[in-house]
Design a protein around this ligand. Structure first.
Ligand SMILES: Nc1ncnc2c1ncn2[C@@H]1O[C@H](COP(=O)(O)OP(=O)(O)O)[C@@H](O)[C@H]1O
Ligand SMILES: [Mg+2]
Length: 476
């Protein structure tokens, strides 16, 4: 890499993880590149997950890698001693670190790193895309780093399997696509796992929802409503799911089911399941759907599914309708109404022979609340609807917004406001749950005619259920 490029990349030439090449070698001969690629691949497939072994110190790991590289290079003939040592260091650097994107991965303000070929690297910071000056030496360099990243899950990317999804041990998600599928060089997308776990209080603090909405959502969790979070990619669904899940009472047995384990719950009694993709022979897949079914046999109090994308929607609905209340999940949709349609079409993917009307019936009985979250142009994520799923009317599922994001026409300022409608779900009141006081006041209290609150109604209504834990499931 030229000094000019390094400076443009804004990273230190002394970074131990970077491939440093004397400028005389910046145009490496093909045989060098081939040798480097080959040794690098051999080293990462030999060491694989050991490269991420946290029990090994960085120095110890570096020694292991250096020894392995040296041993392999020793078998190559016709290499000058200086070249041998230089290659050893370069391969070790690529094996231990992430090359020029290492500083971006370490940078906590960066949420996502996107590499569009060796000399076009972008990041997402605070919800906005930014181009960086970071560059890889060449396409081979980028390929080596990609292979290093996926080696830990025992995968490799090459022309025969040019597309891969992997998850780093820190929870970050990685996707890579190589030519010939990509027409512009190797592509790498890393969605960094945010070290910061936001709870509902934090989300109120950054304006994603209001304190009033938080109070209502906590009440809904406590009363074991089945809640679906809906939103686009990167709208903050998983973050919100995690925040909501942390309010589940600590004495409950929670099973989480995900494609890539992103949820971090703080309760003691959490069982984490992760689906398994097909192996190279196209076998051994364990889908979310099977995990949901299995979870039902694990005496769960709550099932939290990271995202419903397909046939598992049917199993989720059935679980919810057979007494597994308080389940939480997310789905990709743009409005609460759209989410209902999505779930309906996902159930159809299960290939069962159900009339659509029956699916809709089941859906309206199973789901209680849809929380819509959106990513705004300023990069902020905000809840835009908290919508109750009510029963069927004719052939449509009735939805009622309890909270709605409204924009003031004059000031242009938006806010998530309580619509004043009273939730109808009969589960409120379970486990001694009490609806937020403002809802009671809104519905029965003040300003009905004489402007006087009706005293006996202003006190929160308890739906006739004594406080304390009630028997939660019947016939389990
Ligand atoms: N409420 C929020 N406010 C600001 N940024 C957020 C919020 N929720 C999530 N993010 C950021 O948005 C990115 C995507 O969040 P994530 O929850 O994984 O979205 P999704 O599951 O919808 O794809 C993360 O990098 C996260 O840090
Ligand atoms: Mg997500």
């Amino acid at each position: 890499m030229e000094l000019r490029e390094r400076l443009a990349g804004g990273h230190q030439p002394t970074t131990s993880t970077e491939t440093i090449q004397p400028s005389s070698h910046s145009t490496q001969s093909d045989s060098f590149v081939e040798l480097k690629d080959r040794i690098h691949m051999a080293v990462i497939s030999e060491l694989g997950p050991r490269l991420y072994n946290e029990a090994l110190s960085q120095t110890a790991l570096r020694d292991v890698v250096l020894a392995d590289v040296r041993q392999r290079l020793a078998q190559e003939r016709g290499l000058a001693t200086a070249d041998r040592e230089r290659l050893t260091q370069e391969i070790a650097n690529d094996t231990l670190g992430h090359g020029p994107i290492e500083p971006l991965l370490q940078d906590d303000t960066v949420n996502e790193v996107m590499v569009n070929g060796p000399s076009d690297v972008w990041v997402e910071r605070g919800g906005r895309l930014e181009r960086t000056g970071v560059r890889f030496t060449d396409e081979h360099h980028l390929r080596r780093i990609i292979n290093k990243i996926v080696a830990q899950v025992g995968r490799r990317v090459d022309e025969s399997s040019p597309m891969v999804d992997a998850r780093l041990p820190d929870g970050s998600r990685v996707n890579a696509v190589l030519p010939p599928l990509s027409l512009t060089g190797p592509l790498l997308t890393i969605r960094k796992f945010s070290k910061k776990r936001w709870d509902l209080g934090d989300l109120v603090g950054i304006g994603s929802l209001t304190a009033a909405a938080r109070e209502f959502l906590e009440c809904a969790i406590h009363a074991e409503l089945n809640i679906l979070i809906s939103g686009g990619t990167g709208s903050g669904k998983t973050t919100l799911l995690n925040a909501l899940s942390t309010t589940i009472p600590g004495d409950q047995r929670i099973v989480t089911i995900e494609d890539a384990a992103e949820l971090r719950l703080n309760q003691d009694h959490v069982l984490r399941l992760e689906s398994r993709p097909k192996n190279v022979e196209g076998q051994g897949e364990i889908a979310i759907r099977e995990l949901v079914r299995n979870a039902l046999r694990m005496r769960p109090d709550r099932i939290v599914v990271g995202e419903v994308r397909g046939a598992e929607a049917l199993d989720m609905l059935q679980a919810m309708n057979t007494g597994h209340d308080g389940s939480l999940s997310t789905c990709h949709a743009n409005t609460p109404r759209d989410a209902v349609a999505r779930v309906e079409s996902m159930v159809l993917m299960a290939g069962i022979d159900f009339p659509v009307m029956a699916i809709r019936q089941q859906l309206s009985r199973a789901l209680d609340l849809i929380v819509q979250i959106e990513r705004f142009n300023d990069g902020a994520r905000r809840i835009t609807n908290i919508t109750e799923v009510q029963r069927m009317e004719g052939d449509t599922v009735t939805l009622q917004d309890i909270f709605e994001y409204r924009i003031d026409k004059e000031t242009g300022a938006g806010q998530l406001v309580y619509t004043g409608l009273r939730p109808t779900c009969s589960k409120f009141g379970r486990n001694g749950t009490v609806l937020p006081a403002y809802m009671e006041a809104h519905n029965f209290g003040a300003d009905r005619g004489n402007g006087q609150p009706t005293p006996e109604r202003v006190t929160p209504v308890n739906f006739g259920i004594r406080p304390g834990r009630v028997e939660r499931r019947i016939g389990r």
